[in-house]
Ligand binder design. Structure first.
Ligand code: A2P
Length: 281
């Protein structure tokens, strides 16, 4: 009897929808967390921070499924943009007009409830890469999110001599998250000293003039990325690559990496590069 009562109590934990105040039953594999902070960068991009459940563990670079309370919540994959040691969880999101989740998610405010499935997963983790000297983190748009976690993980600097974060967006304002992130990382009490020495940030635009311009494919192919940073081009003997962003960018960069002798790795079979597509609606 007593056990049954406990089980029933667990299953009927309720969650409140922010807009309607209605309560909904919370599935057992989902956490209900509270929004702490929301920052809008542009009309297409925003970041938000939520409370972290005490039992929730993840590896830097992994993603979780996020949704909003409702009768039939829509869940989408979101890379966790905060490091594994942080007390809160951060996410960096696109806003899509009429997007099944982001149309509503972009309206969240501190105090609202966010649903998060309990199991994190993903391939953009240090475990899926073989040892190397330089780590290239290549991203477009919100694809920078998993790298916001990776560059604040002390293990990244234990494993690599240089960490090169490349972030390409259409417009200058879309690069701001990356600039803020690198400043926070270089001033961080835990990784700041190593990051100041080893972290290199290369930000470029493709549809608006800025000091550095060009698609990731272009700046690798024409060598301007390496010329600007005064370093040798990609080499599978010394370099490891993580890729995250638009599907087209991933497809084209994958081809370039394969042509240069890189090989795609996974959690079960670490190798010289790993890939994840950024969430798009
Ligand atoms: P571009 O402006 O030349 O299309 P999006 O906002 O559509 O997700 O794109 C983010 C960035 O990814 C943009 O700078 C875009 O460049 C770039 N991009 C899109 N497709 C590719 C591709 N196939 N290879 C490299 N970069 C790409």
């Amino acid at each position: 009897m007593e056990l049954q009562a406990t089980l029933e109590m667990e299953q009927t934990v309720a969650s409140e929808a922010p807009s309607t105040g209605q309560t909904f039953e919370l599935p057992k594999n989902v956490f209900a967390e509270t929004v702490i902070d929301v920052q809008h960068y542009t009309d297409r991009l925003f970041r938000f921070r939520i409370t972290r459940p005490a039992s929730f563990r993840f590896r830097s670079g992994e993603f979780v499924m996020i949704g909003l309370p409702g009768e039939k919540p829509v869940f989408r994959a979101y890379s966790i943009a905060s490091p594994a040691w942080d007390e809160e969880l951060e996410f960096f999101s696109i806003k899509v007009p009429d997007g099944p989740l982001t149309e509503h998610l972009q309206k969240i405010r501190p105090g609202d409830t966010i649903l998060m499935r309990k199991k994190p997963t993903g391939t953009l983790v240090l475990d899926a890469l073989l040892p190397g000297k330089r780590l290239f983190l290549l991203s477009t748009g919100t694809g920078i999110a998993p790298f916001a976690s990776v560059i604040r993980d002390p293990e990244t600097y234990e494993k690599f001599d240089q960490v090169i974060l490349v972030h390409t967006c259409r417009l200058r304002a879309e690069l701001q998250y990356g600039f803020d992130l690198c400043e926070i990382t270089r001033n961080d009490p835990l990784v700041g000293e190593e990051a100041t020495e080893k972290l290199i940030h290369f930000a470029s635009t493709t549809r608006e003039d800025s000091p550095r311009m060009g698609r990731i494919t272009t700046i690798i192919e024409n060598g301007s990325l390496f010329e600007t940073l005064a370093m040798p081009p990609l080499d599978p003997r010394t370099d490891r690559v993580m890729l995250c962003g638009s599907m087209d960018m991933i497809r084209d960069v994958k081809t370039m990496l394969d042509e240069r002798g890189f090989d795609e790795g996974s959690n079960n079979r670490p190798s010289t590069y790993v890939v994840e597509r950024a969430f798009v609606d």
